[in-house]
Ligand binder design. Sequence first.
Ligand SMILES: [Zn+2]
Ligand SMILES: [Zn+2]
Length: 354
Amino acid sequence: MLAYTYIEKGKFALVEKPKPTLMEPTDAIVRVTMSSICTSDLHIKHGSVPRAIPGITVGHEMVGVVEEVGADVTHVKPGDRVTVNVETFCGECFFCKNGYVNNCTDKNGGWALGCRIDGGQTEYVRVPLATQGLNRIPDSVSDEHALLVGDVLATGFWAARISDITEEDTVLIIGAGPTGICTLLCTMLKQPKRIIVCERSEERRRFVQEHYPDVLLTTPEECKEFVLQHTDYGGADRVLEVAGAEDTFRLAWECARPNAIVTVVALYDQPQILPLPDMYGKNLTFKTGGVDGCDCEEVLHLIEEGRIDTTPLITHRFPLSEIEEAYRIFENKLEGVIKVAIVNKSNTTVYSID
Ligand SMILES: [Zn+2]
Ligand SMILES: [Zn+2]
């Protein structure tokens, strides 16, 4: 089978690999029908994920059909259409039992797929701890509707959940990339009084305006002033920082009102400064990233009910054989790209089950 592989720093290539087989009774083999490219894949390519292992198949956002399950896998069976969770977790350790699955102490716990073990930009993937890592896609939900559930949508859902948003709040979301928009969709479910999105790219601001007309939009340059004008108590009640750019951490806490919650979803390339003397007396609560991706079933229900729709984010589609071109467009943000779907040719009929 073909597998898009991390060769060395700066180089991914489509190579031939054997089809994976079950290694543990808790494994499942999933035939990948659709995968996507995430900014974290680019981080691996650029060498900024030290734990990524050269030789592994990349990709950690995918849907497919269960091909085979180990003896200990419950909850899914061959033939089921499933989403694959970006995180591998055991469901039994201290962290898992408390819902902090990102910190699962299993040897594959946390982000392993497409980083430390073979991922999903390929035809078949072995999913460890599959009872926790796979969720059945409801029949009325298409592969494209479910594609982002295991990673960027899980992240947006988690970010909105831990931010304790109420209907009285003005929420500032910094960044309208794929994760930022997923965060916006999940914030909208909480029905806050007002949502402000701050985004540098005019193209992406237009996208938000077009699809979510109730959202107020601003730019990083104007953000502080804009937030002051649109809030009653000197800043946003909740700030969700999803941009991870050079100055956006500072922007996040500067735009927060005293006693606000600032949720940092972003992954930064560089350390950030927490200038405590400057923020003394603001009494802020910070919450920091790594998604706990354990709400996928709930997210799939919300999609089934029509309350979340991420399909407008999928702006481009390519077969696996053209994944190089898909990366070129995604990496260089060409043609208004937000998300790319890699569709496996033999599996173009979404609902068919072999
Ligand atoms: Zn990702
Ligand atoms: Zn665990």
